[in-house]
Ligand binder design. Sequence first.
Ligand code: HAM
Length: 411
Amino acid sequence: MSKGFKAPRGTFDVLPAQAAARARIEDTAKAIFARAGYGRIETPAFEDTELFERGVGRSTDIVQKEMFSFEDKGGRRITLRPEGTAPICRAYVEHGMHKLAQPVKLHYSGPFFRHERPQAGRHRQFHQVGAEAIGTDSPLADAESIALLHELLTELGVPGVELRLGSLGSPDARREYLEELRAHLRAREGDLSEEVRERIDANPLRAFDSDHEGTRAVMEEAPTLLDRLDDADAEHFAEVRSLLDGAGIEYRLDPTLVRGLDYYTRTIFSFVCERLGAQSEVGGGGRYDGLVEQLGGPPTPAIGWAAGIERILLSLEEEDEEAHRDVFVAVADDSERRRALALVGELRRAGFSTELDLAGRSLKGQLKQADRLGAGRTVILDADGAAQLRDMSSGEQRPVEPGRVLEELSG
Ligand code: HAM
């Protein structure tokens, strides 16, 4: 045998025993979206690279380091989608969806691609379910969107979830705030850790996450963005919070919450699961009021989120599913295989999950296989045209009339 292949680094195969748990997540999400009036959208797995450069932001880690980009045979710059929001806004503009009644509510699921360092809960091909409500700036839309993700995680039983909530305000307010924060850091530069000091220009917000004692003392006195929101943004955020309070959705206000995509404005949120280690966010999102316009559409406020299917699976600690079949059809003699195939067809049409031996096993081997498949009962077709029914848990076996097998199984 020549040397075999492995799935590429950071990717994985979904085997049959794992498929059901994944399907449950997608099905639960689909049911929630259908009840909330979200329509399904599917966009291509790859897009023009520039869509993400403009949409996600040239200075983000995603665009700088993590995209799978290539030139196609026509010399076009192409990227495997690292996220779904920019493509959906592209589709919104391309299909003139701003002419529909607003907001346009869309949901999606599928594979996404980021060239990150693989670890538990972080892959290079991963899967998201997500929802976008495009064409509304109402705080109600923020609260409803957050409530949908909250409902999904609750219905799936994701344990130990905390909702963190923040607001980024407008890009202008944010820019001014960052300057103020940089000035605060520079004024106390001597107390900061080296790491934070080196990043004052590039990313002053990182200082809020530092464990360094001196830095923490400096940050306790640092202004937060929430204190610097302009009146309209502050009012919007207060309304979102009051709606969440009214809906009984608990959250922790996080004045230093940031997200890795540049398009966010105003409300941002993150659902974290304490059970997951470093990659603790199961899902998150926020408002992106400028993105549609940035991609060539009319000014269009919007909000949405995405959740990672692999992160949810990890948090649920789902075990591989055990096999189960209603019936196995075995033959005591090779001459009965034709009869077995006909019976399997009949039983399947009647709704029984049914298998027969496809590997030429002896009768003993077939009963072993029936056990392996978790069959509740086995029909044994004898050489003389007779049949027997075996209860696989008790081992009890009794003759049945060959023409009445379906009736016996149904009874
Ligand atoms: P994101 O925070 O980059 O947001 O990703 C959303 C979720 O995808 C994360 O919370 C995480 O569960 C999962 N995820 C991200 N990267 C990986 C990875 N490498 N491996 C496994 N899971 C991962 C977005 O993508 C935005 N488009 C969300 C959004 C929608 N904002 C507004 N609308």
